[in-house]
Design a protein around this ligand. Structure first.
Ligand code: HEC
Length: 139
């Protein structure tokens, strides 16, 4: 998309209109976790996930959990949040699947989503909320 609008700018004024229309029509992303979940999730992530996914979520033994590689799979606007939670809570940590508490998995997911540009709000993440949430397209 960035490439498209930059090309448009170089070629004609029409590119401006295209770029503006694209950015203003993005729907507001749902707020599905709180600030304190993000804070707790950072600790969970550092203790249980970072060794494989990298301290900056950049990927190591495990895949990157932020940036385009992650967004291309999960932040397409079509993935159910519950599917991502399912992967994390049943398959991670890869060397000890299901070993954390549900609250810790929710916190880790909150942290990962915050690192991908989603913003915290007043609503705390719960398993029930995830079941009815579609993950937004990457912001
Ligand atoms: C021992 C190493 C290891 C640890 C610890 C670990 N992971 Fe993973 N993780 C992996 C590997 C390897 C994969 C790829 C698995 C596959 O493709 O089957 C993966 C895949 C994932 C995926 C799917 C990524 C995608 O793009 O589909 C997510 C999400 C994830 N891990 C989150 C976590 C979280 C959250 C934690 C901490 C609670 C964690 N992982 C801990 C190794 C690890």
């Amino acid at each position: 998309m960035a490439g498209l609008s930059i090309a448009g700018l170089g070629v004609a004024a029409g590119g401006w209109i295209l770029a503006l229309a694209a950015s203003s029509s993005a729907p507001a992303a749902p707020q599905i976790f709180t600030k304190s979940q993000v804070k707790a999730g950072q600790q969970v992530f550092l203790a249980h996930c970072a060794v494989c996914h990298g301290y900056q979520l950049q990927g190591k033994i495990g895949p990157a959990l932020k940036g385009p590689a992650f967004a291309d799979v999960w932040l397409t606007g079509k993935q159910n949040a519950d599917s991502l939670f399912y992967v994390i809570s049943t398959q991670m940590p890869f060397n000890a699947p299901g070993s954390l508490k549900t609250s810790q998995y929710l916190e880790a997911l909150s942290y990962i989503l915050s690192q991908n540009g989603l913003v915290p709000g007043k609503t705390a993440m719960t398993v029930a909320l995830l079941k009815k949430t579609t993950l937004p397209k990457a912001p």
